[in-house]
Design a protein around this ligand. Sequence first.
Ligand code: HPA
Length: 246
Amino acid sequence: MTKIAIIGGTGLTSLKNLQLDQREVVHTPYGEPSGPLVHGKFADTDVVFLPRHGSGHTIPPHKINYRANLWALKEQGVTHIIAVNAVGGIRDDMGPGVLVVPDQIIDYTCGRSNTYFEDGLESVVHIDFTEPYCQALRSVLIQAAQSAKVEIIDGGTYAATQGPRLESSAEIRKLERDGCDLVGMTGMPEAALARELNLCYAALAVVANWGAGKVDGAITMEAIETCLNEGMQKVRSSLEQVSKFL
Ligand code: HPA
């Protein structure tokens, strides 16, 4: 049976229109998740919602306990995870306000606990990550956005950076040369851990700003927030359509 979880990113710390059933504090062998799991009905479908940065948006990207978050969701019987991520846009058609369902990732993070397969193994495990996202769920997200009349770009390479600072303009130029289209700080190790747990995982990326140096001037948190408010409206309308296409 399909059971959906939504991991909310910056700008999506709660789901309006979620009919709340219960909040559940859970513990995992990997420590505490970002907060209580929020169980409820969203557009007539049972979902579990987890704000990645905590309900007060206080946990920075490099401090998120990604292993505990995904483990907790798996233990609830979750089969599919929709990850919502705020990102910076690099590719010319990926400017502020645009929604993208990425199809590839390059991992530039460091020092994060990025696997369940490290201690007490009978043998070494290497998961396949050729296609880092679940194609079936990617296609559901694209159909849902189209059904909500929200423009969405199918495919793009997500650069996962360590943060919490934003990039220099030279770093953005380097990411561009590497073939990256979007840059964010939370895509990894989340996607890889989901694969290790056999969860179907796809991301809905919302462009909050142009990557550093793509336009003149500094990137301000105010500008990011304004843009995300509008972008998250599109995310909410798209998510409301998801159950039609599962
Ligand atoms: N860089 C990295 N992460 C981000 C950005 C960015 O420009 N915008 C939102 N998340």
